[in-house]
Design a protein around this ligand. Structure first.
Ligand code: HEC
Length: 153
C-alpha cells in the first residue's frame, strides 16, 4: 500500500468519526422547547426550568396578590401559571431572572418596550400595552415572592 492511499484511508476514518461525533452532539432543534441560550450568561442560563407542578405557591403579600391577578391576565399566556413558563415564553421563576441578574427595572422595560429574544428561543416579547406602572410594580412583587418561595433569591 502506498503512503497516499494510507493517508486517504486515514482521512476517511477520521472524517467519518468527526461526522458521527457532530451528529451525536447536535440535538434536533425543537422550536417549542424552552432551550436556554447558554452562550449568553453561563451558569445561570444553563439552569433548567423547574416543572410547573414543582413550583411552590408563595404566601403572597397584598401587593403580590394583586400582582398575581394582573400577571394572570397579561403575562401568564406566555410566562405560564405560577410564572413557570409555557410553550410561548420562559419561566420567570428561574435563576436567570433573580434580582442580581434582572433587576426590577427589567420588568418595567419588558412591559413597556418588549424584549428582543436573547436568552431563549421563544422569539421576541412584544410590549404589553395597558399595564400601568403600579401594576408592573405589583407583578414584580408577585414574581419576587414566587422566586423567594422557590429558593431562587
Ligand atoms: C406573547 C408572549 C409574552 C407575553 C404576553 C409576555 N411576555 Fe415577557 N417575555 C416573553 C418572551 C418570549 C421573553 C424572553 C425573551 C428572551 O430573552 O429570549 C420574555 C421576557 C420577559 C422578561 C425578561 C426581560 C429581560 O430583560 O430579559 C420579563 C421581565 C418579562 N418578560 C415580563 C413580562 C411581564 C411582566 C408580562 C405581562 C405584563 C409579560 N412578560 C408578558 C414573552 C411574553
Amino acid at each position: 500500500m502506498n503512503k497516499g492511499l494510507l493517508a486517504a484511508i486515514g482521512l476517511v476514518v477520521i472524517g467519518g468519526g468527526a461526522v458521527m461525533f457532530w451528529q451525536a452532539s447536535t440535538p434536533e432543534v425543537d422550536p417549542t422547547a424552552p432551550t436556554v441560550n447558554t452562550m449568553m450568561h453561563g451558569a445561570a442560563a444553563a439552569a433548567p426550568a423547574t416543572p410547573a407542578d414543582q413550583i411552590v405557591e408563595a404566601t403572597l403579600s397584598s401587593a403580590g396578590q394583586m400582582g398575581k391577578t394582573v400577571f394572570e391576565e397579561n403575562c401568564a399566556a406566555c410566562h405560564g401559571a405560577k410564572a413557570a413558563g409555557s410553550q410561548n415564553g420562559p419561566p420567570l421563576v428561574h435563576r436567570i431572572y433573580e434580582p442580581s441578574h434582572h433587576g426590577d427595572y427589567s420588568f418595567v422595560m419588558a412591559v413597556k418596550n418588549g424584549v428582543r429574544a436573547h436568552h431563549w428561543r421563544f422569539g421576541d416579547m412584544a410590549p404589553v400595552p395597558g399595564v400601568t406602572d403600579k401594576q408592573i410594580e405589583w407583578i414584580t412583587k408577585y414574581v419576587r415572592e414566587m422566586q423567594r418561595a422557590n429558593g431562587i433569591m
